[in-house]
Design a protein around this ligand. Structure first.
Ligand SMILES: C[S@@+](CC[C@H](N)C(=O)[O-])C[C@H]1O[C@@H](n2cnc3c(N)ncnc32)[C@H](O)[C@@H]1O
Length: 227
């Protein structure tokens, strides 16, 4: 089984989600799947595909320090973290409510090698080069100060460390872009400016090496290594 399939497998046991949000992110509820179809033009295979791509560059049996920002409810990352019992995991978000759900989920999944910190991705409290991996799932489209977020995630990563994740990009699906403009920006879930697949690749190439960017509909998946 390749890494991507192993990651997909890890989610199988999660079952139905804790909330509407989780159901949408994982495509595990009827309402969630409807949203995935209407807003994102994705089916369950697409969802599994972009999430597996976002995690596949983290090595199996990884034992180093990993920062996940933002963890949200941990619906994507925590089942994956269960496969890394020797990693030193730090999860950060600035919403205590989202993190409370993540903390509960970590307990349910029996994950103990993890700590939760409330904070701002644009002003991280860690020293330079502290982490071996920075994982960011569905965060950059929400972060208000994207330049600070790119700068800080790079600063806390050590040389040769892996930066990987995914987020919404514009210009990949016009109907999704319209939904984002009309509903997600006004409600504050997403904050412009947004990258395109091309602009993301260009940006990462100025800061990192071994850059890989791909997309599933309007979600770009990326991984790269710090120079
Ligand atoms: C769409 S959720 C993604 C959560 C999770 N990674 C996922 O894929 O389900 C976006 C999260 O970003 C968090 N967030 C937004 N701005 C942030 C910031 N400046 N610093 C840390 N977290 C932030 C929000 O609190 C929210 O939990």
């Amino acid at each position: 089984m390749n890494r991507k399939d192993e990651i997909k497998q890890a989610y199988k046991g999660l079952g139905s989600a804790h909330s509407f949000y989780d159901g949408m992110i994982r495509g595990t509820t009827v309402a969630g799947r409807l949203m995935d179809r209407v807003v994102w033009h994705m089916d369950k295979d697409d969802i599994d595909e972009y999430q597996a791509r976002s995690l596949e560059s983290i090595p199996k049996d990884f034992k180093g320090k990993i920062l996940e920002v933002p963890v949200g409810t941990g619906v994507i990352s925590l089942p994956f973290f269960r496969t890394l019992p020797e990693a030193d995991i730090t999860c950060l978000d600035y919403s205590p409510k989202m993190m409370e759900a993540a903390r509960k989920r970590a307990e349910e999944l029996g994950i103990h090698n993890i700590k939760f910190i409330q904070g701002d991705v644009g002003d991280l409290s860690f020293e330079d080069g502290y982490f071996d991996v920075v994982l960011s799932l569905n965060g950059f489209h929400a972060f208000p100060d994207k330049e600070a977020a790119y700068r800080e995630t790079n600063r806390v990563l050590k040389k040769d460390g892996i930066f990987t994740g995914c987020f919404y990009v514009k210009d990949a699906n016009r109907k999704t872009d319209r939904m984002i403009r009309n509903f997600y920006i006004p409600t504050g879930f997403f904050t412009p400016p947004f990258e395109t697949v091309g602009s993301l690749e260009e940006r990462l190439n100025t800061m990192y090496e071994d850059v890989r960017v791909s997309n599933v509909e309007s979600i770009a998946c990326f991984s790269c290594r710090k120079r």
